[in-house]
Design a binder for this molecule. Sequence first.
Ligand SMILES: NC(=O)c1ccc[n+]([C@@H]2O[C@H](COP(=O)([O-])OP(=O)(O)OC[C@H]3O[C@@H](n4cnc5c(N)ncnc54)[C@H](O)[C@@H]3O)[C@@H](O)[C@H]2O)c1
Length: 340
Amino acid sequence: MEQSSSPAGSGGHGEPGSFAGKLAVVTGGGSGMGRELVRQLAAQDCSVATCDWHPDTVAETAALARADALPGALVTSHACDVSDEAQVLRFRDELLDQHGSDHVDLVFANAGIGGGASFVRDSRQEWERTFAIDWWGVYYCARAFLPLLIASGDGVLVNTSSVNGFWAALGPGMPNTAYSTAKFAVRGFTEALIEDLRSHAPQVRVAVVLPGHVGTNILANSLRARGLPDPEQMSDAQAEELIPPDARSALTRAGLLPEGPSADDLRRMLARVNADFRDKAPLSAADAATIILDGVRSGAWRILVGEDAKMIDGAVRAKPESAYDYAELFSELAPATPEP
Ligand SMILES: NC(=O)c1ccc[n+]([C@@H]2O[C@H](COP(=O)([O-])OP(=O)(O)OC[C@H]3O[C@@H](n4cnc5c(N)ncnc54)[C@H](O)[C@@H]3O)[C@@H](O)[C@H]2O)c1
C-alpha cells in the first residue's frame, strides 16, 4: 500500500524507516493517543512540537516525553485551538522558531472531540463546534503545514479519522452525526490528497488513521469541551440536560439506568460509562500509538487501529447495504446456535 515517496526516515537521518532526527508535529497532545504519540516519537529520538487547547495537559505530556526522550529529541508544548486558523498559524511560527527549523517532517493531525450526536435533537452550536474541530482543525493544519512538509523533502501528513469515517453510526439508538460527517471528510480529504501529492508534491505522502475503540478520556474531554465538569461534579440540571427523558428510557431498557432515575443515578451512570470507555477498551492509547507509528513507518496510507476497526471495515465492505441494519451487518458475529 505504499505511495510514491519513501517510508518515514528513509530520506533523512538514521536508519531507513526510523523517526530519528526528524521533527514531528502532534495536535491534541494533551491526552490519549496524541500524548502517547509524543512520548513514543521522543523515545525514538524524534523531536516533537505538540499542541493542545489545554496548555497544562500538553505541558505535562512534554515533561513525560522528555523523561524518556533520547538526547537528540527536543520536545516543545504549545497552546493552540486547531479550529481557529490564526492559532494554528501562530503554533506553526512558534514551533519553527523554538526548533530552529524551516521545515517539519511529520504532522499528526490527531486533535478531536465527540459531540453533536443528533442533528435532530442536539444544539446547532454543539454540532458545529464538533465539526469545526474534527474537520476544520485537520484542514487548517494541512494548509499550514503542507509547505513545510514539502520543504522536508520526505514529509508525511497523518490525519486521524475513525471507524466513523466509513461507518456513520455507533449502533442502535446511538447516532453520531457531527463526528461522522467530519471524520468522513477527513478520510475523503486524505484519500484525495494521495493522487494530488503524487502529481504535485511527490516528496510528501499521507496516511489516514482509522481507530476503533481505544481506551482514552475522550468522553470526559468532550464534555469538558462543552464547558461541562466531570460527571461527578455536574449539577442536577446539567446531568438532566445531557441525558434527556427519551435517552433515559433507552438507557433504562439497556439496563444502564434504573426506572425513574434520579440526578445521582445519571451522574453515576455517566461516570461509569466514561471510566469503562477508558479502562475496558480492547486497545490502550499506547498500543494504538504504536500501531499508528508502525503503519507510518511501513509506508501504509490506511491505518486501521484495532481488531474492532478491522472487523467493522470488513463488514461494511462486504455488505454496504446492511451498514445500518446492525443485526444483519454483524450476523456472522452472532453466537452459533448449538447443535441439537
Ligand atoms: N478513543 C477512541 O476510541 C477513538 C476512536 C476513533 C477515533 N478517535 C480519534 O482519535 C483522536 C484522538 O482521540 P483520543 O481518544 O486520544 O482523545 P483524547 O480526548 O484523549 O485526546 C484528544 C486531545 O485533543 C485535544 N483537543 C480537543 N479539541 C482540541 C482543539 N480544538 N484544539 C487543540 N486540541 C484539542 C483534547 O484536549 C485532548 O487532549 C481524535 O481525533 C478522535 O476523534 C478516537
